[in-house]
Design a protein around this ligand. Structure first.
Ligand code: PEP
Length: 251
């Protein structure tokens, strides 16, 4: 079985005072190598200090986006080598808030993911449908299109995927186990067709209002290899409760 990955996305939340949460999460993780992997994707301003405080623990630190270029005249952007140097091991790419709020297309997402891999980071590539797309029956077509474009030029063992239905992000609405199982199975099939056997072990995370109350139901679903967690990752107790729900599946 794939080791599960429990990843937090702090979005634009977190000041130095919140490094206490990083310390509490790091201190609450299991030491065993069979335990789930744990990751916090913090704002770029906190990355170096969060990585310093997590160093020597099982907690990994990541960024939330990166530019596709290594350096240059891109005011306000952060490159993958910068994140790496600051202590990141992962970076989220193609989060729906970047796709919709910053016009990031599948092509841009793929270029960012390739830049991340070239810098020694693991990109977590997000895909997901809107409510309109779901209600009109277009979910799998939309996911297929996003996967085709966003994985361009990537090797199967170099990235993680996250299925995040847009209507479930930050809304408290969670996809049903049947909806999650259907899309994750579809993504697995896509990966196997595209990459062959190595496609069987690419991690596929679920994201969308995952919390301590629903983690034990969602994380055991077939082809769910962990979670990408927004709101509930801001509180150490909630993040650790989700992590423990994943850990309970590995023993
Ligand atoms: C996210 O932003 O990736 C996310 C899943 O957020 P939330 O858990 O708050 O729905």
């Amino acid at each position: 079985m794939n080791r599960k990955l429990i990843a937090g996305n702090w979005k634009m939340n977190g000041l130095r005072v919140d490094l206490q949460t990083v310390r509490e999460i790091a201190a609450g993780l299991a030491a065993s190598t069979a335990a789930p992997e744990a990751l916090l994707c913090v704002p770029a301003t906190l990355l170096a200090e969060a990585a310093r405080q997590a160093s020597g623990t099982a907690l990994c630190i990541g960024g939330q986006t990166c530019h596709s270029q290594e350096k240059g005249a891109y005011t306000g952007d952060v490159s993958a080598p910068m994140l790496k140097e600051a202590g990141a091991g992962f970076v989220i790419t193609g989060h729906s808030e970047r796709r919709t709020g910053h016009g990031e297309t599948d092509e841009i997402v793929a270029a960012q993911a390739r830049a991340a891999v070239n810098a020694g980071l693991t990109p977590i590539i997000c895909v997901g449908e809107t409510l309109d797309e779901r209600t009109s029956g277009a979910t799998l077509k939309v996911i297929e299109g996003q996967l085709t474009g966003s994985l361009d030029g990537l090797e199967p063992n170099s990235f993680v995927l996250a299925y995040e239905p847009l209507w479930a992000i930050g809304t408290g609405k969670v996809a049903t186990p049947a909806q999650i199982a259907e899309v994750h199975a579809f993504i697995r099939q896509f990966l196997e067709q595209r990459f062959g056997k190595p496609g069987q072990t690419v991690k596929i995370l679920y994201g969308g209002s995952l919390n301590p109350g629903n983690a034990a139901e969602i994380l055991p679903i077939s082809n769910v290899d962990g979670g990408l967690i927004g709101g509930a990752s801001l509180k150490a107790g909630d993040f650790l409760a989700i992590y423990n729900a994943a850990a309970a599946l590995t023993v």
